[in-house]
Design a protein around this ligand. Structure first.
Ligand code: URA
Length: 210
């Protein structure tokens, strides 16, 4: 199966990501930037989304016009950093439903353990956009997507701000069918599982917890 990685090279996306990477960017600015960037990423991710035709009245005449069904989209946030994507994405897809996946790593077995999982019902008719700013080791993203697949959604894509070759490989080894949308494929992981050059701990920078 083909592994798809969409690298979003749009200048606005790249510019905002660069500002986010800078270590002296404040929490306030980081949060504003992640919101703006999320809206731009939503635009890219929904590019091929199916539309249907409805009849509307313009001030001059009747016409057939295209609409998407926003309610069919689920924004699935991987806690906690994935929540940083929600406001920006919802600003352009206001009808989207929101799901959450919470996982932690069991220190003894190193296996991901689920502590929270809530998705909308009727997933068979919904398209899921999984959100996690950093695709680092790829383990939690792969585990979250495996769990979401149990709900049998119509489609799944994964969106991040930054990824690395190791994370992409781990993720696509388990989910070759899930396209990844990212503005950046960085160099590598360090020994602590952080992406280099990266942008640091995305959750801490969004929520100001460090
Ligand atoms: N999680 C982060 O927030 N940053 C990284 O670089 C890796 C994982």
């Amino acid at each position: 199966m083909r592994r798809t990685v969409h690298v979003i090279t749009h200048p606005l996306v790249q510019h905002k990501l660069t500002l986010m990477r800078r270590k002296d960017t404040s929490t306030k600015s980081f949060r504003e930037l992640v919101q703006e960037l999320s809206a731009l990423l939503a635009y890219e991710v929904t590019r091929d989304m199916p539309t249907h035709t409805i009849e509307i009245e313009t001030p001059l005449e009747t016409m057939q016009a295209q609409v998407i069904d926003g309610k069919k989209i689920v924004l699935a946030s991987i806690l906690r950093a994935g929540n940083g994507f929600l406001d920006g994405m919802l600003s352009v897809i206001p009808g989207a439903r929101v799901g959450h996946v919470g996982l932690y790593r069991n220190p003894a077995t190193l296996e991901p353990v689920e502590y929270y999982f809530k998705m909308p019902h009727d997933m068979a008719e919904r398209d899921v956009i999984v959100l996690d700013p950093m695709l680092a080791t790829g383990n939690s993203a792969a585990a979250a997507v495996a769990r979401i697949k149990q709900c049998k959604p119509r489609s799944i894509v994964f969106v991040c701000l930054v990824c690395c070759p190791e994370g992409l490989k781990t993720f696509h080894d388990q989910h070759p069918d899930v396209p990844v949308f990212t503005p950046a494929i960085d160099r590598c992981l360090n020994e602590h599982g952080y992406i280099l050059p990266g942008l640091g701990d995305a959750g801490d920078r969004i929520f100001g917890t460090k």
